[in-house]
Ligand binder design. Sequence first.
Ligand code: ATR
Length: 277
Amino acid sequence: MVQRVGVVGYPIGHSISPAIHQAAFDALGIAARYERWAVPPADLAAWVASLREPNTLGANVTVPHKEAVVPLLDELSPTARAIGAVNTIVQIGGRLSGDNTDAAGFLRALEEVGGVPRGGAVVLLGAGGAARAVAYALLQAGVGTLAIFNRHADRARALAAALQPYARGPVAAFPLDAPQRAQWLADCALLVNTTSVGLHGGERLLAPEEVPAQALVVDIIYNPPQTPLLADAARRGARTLNGLPMLVYQAALAFERWTGQQPPLDRMFAAARAALS
Ligand code: ATR
């Protein structure tokens, strides 16, 4: 019987997860069909219940459902519980288990460029769902000094407070235009953009000359492959990383959870690049 699996969101048309996962299932000869499910919030509970059917491996969850699915599942991994969001559901024997592979996917992506910088501060732009997973991952990896800058400062402060129990040192929170920003940027070893700024056109949060030349600059946006932030960083001589490796690694970790098999990473990267070209 062909196994059922897929990604749920609303809307979902833009997702390249079907291309990445189907390539992996096909490469390993696993009879599974990865679908794309557009489910409005009002239908989420009924959709989650349908995952309990025996021929279902599970699902990926994306915007706007990552937090809303949490109370609908039977159990959560410690990571999903700490982040408060689920991007992967695994169905075994009718039970639904929620995990979050965004955090580990982010760390695996960072390993491609030398791993989490040792010593030096991390500056995080944004305080939404993606920021939560990235910040948790960094704190789990031992980052000691973290500053969160966000347009709505109350959101930055709420995220900092929620993550403080996982941190070795203080997690600082500022409004995006705080005067402290210049010093944090000048001193940081890693800068990560988790906001949606850069997805469209030439928009940027930082002036080009503010982008730290000494830091590793990561933008979790993968389309376009080079946001204005990354272009500015490259021009200033900084090392850069876009969001594509994080996307593929979070997918690979979900694939491993569903199948128990080693994901064919080369095929997954190739499928992601083809879907974006
Ligand atoms: P996601 O789950 O993808 O992180 P989200 O929770 O909607 O999505 O978060 C989007 C992030 O981008 C937030 O940090 C948001 O800032 P606010 O919390 O202040 O809204 C940030 N963001 C989006 N558009 C922005 C803009 N034009 N300028 C600055 N920050 C922006």
